[in-house]
Design a protein around this ligand. Structure first.
Ligand code: KIV
Length: 264
């Protein structure tokens, strides 16, 4: 497998080839995903919920993400690895660059930050220092207490317009990828159409440039609850390699997600 880079991902958007992404937290799953067609691994702060058993992602530390990034990188030299910047580790440009450097040294190719316009100075600082950035808009889990729960975002016109403006501002500041989470599908399509960087969706319909799922949702073992936008590919295929292959094939062909997994 050739190394996946930011150029590979940009080219895939141009060629309208869907990008496949999953979260992973260790070397064994990183290798399995490498061997079965995944383009991007996200070392997500979702690990606070699916590995550590917390109710949200707020307790995850930069050391936690660095540790799991190192584990994931050991499982694949070629996959594109994005490391999540945890809650309160990117409050200003200096703090952001220091914490992002730890994640890059652990093996990440890019860091992901949740939020809109307030992040622009930090994104400029990161890209100036040679650290590629992925934005994250919509249901940004680190703001769960502001939202009053894990709720769909961007349903009102004003909120949707602000999200489109934020997405464009992130791209202009230097972000090279964007994740949109739990937003209405028409809004996700609008953002994907208006941006030239790839947009990866989760709970955002099929019209984005790629899809991401938390790996525990893909195999139906998330603690207690499977989100509406997810699908248990293991139940359908009966073994892990085929579950991952089927997910990638269905994303690439447009068979996943269907209208049953989206919000309107
Ligand atoms: O932490 C995570 O796993 C994420 C995905 C849900 C996109 O941010």
């Amino acid at each position: 497998m050739a190394k996946v880079t930011v150029s590979t991902l940009a080219k895939m958007k141009k060629q309208q080839k869907k990008i496949t992404a999953l979260t992973a937290y260790d070397a064994s799953f990183a290798k399995l995903f490498h061997d079965n067609g995944v383009d991007i691994i996200l070392v997500g702060d979702s690990l606070g919920m699916v590995l550590q058993g917390s109710e949200d992602t707020l307790s995850v530390s930069n050391n936690d993400i660095a540790y799991h990034t190192r584990c994931v990188r050991a499982g694949s030299k070629e996959l594109f690895v994005i490391a999540d910047m945890p809650f309160m580790t990117y409050s200003n440009p200096t703090q952001t660059c220091e914490n992002a450097a730890q994640l890059m040294r652990a093996g990440a190719n890019m860091v992901k930050l949740e939020g809109g316009e307030w992040l622009l100075d930090s994104i400029r600082a990161l890209t100036q220092q040679g650290i590629p950035v992925c934005g994250h808009l919509g249901l940004t889990p680190q703001s769960v207490n502001v939202f009053g729960g894990f709720k769909i975002q961007g349903r009102q016109d004003e909120q949707a317009d602000r999200m489109v403006a934020d997405a464009k501002a992130l791209e202009e500041a230097g972000a090279q990828l964007l994740v949109v989470e739990c937003i209405p599908s028409p809004l996700a399509k609008r953002i994907s159409d208006e941006l030239s960087i790839p947009v990866i969706g989760i709970g955002a319909g099929k019209e984005t440039d790629g899809q991401i799922l938390v790996m525990h949702d893909l195999v139906g073992i998330s603690a207690g609850y499977i989100p509406k936008f997810s699908k248990n590919f293991l139940a359908e295929t009966g073994n892990m390699p085929d579950a991952v292959k089927k997910y990638c094939q269905d994303v690439q062909s447009g068979a996943f997600p269907t209208s049953e997994h989206e919000f309107n």
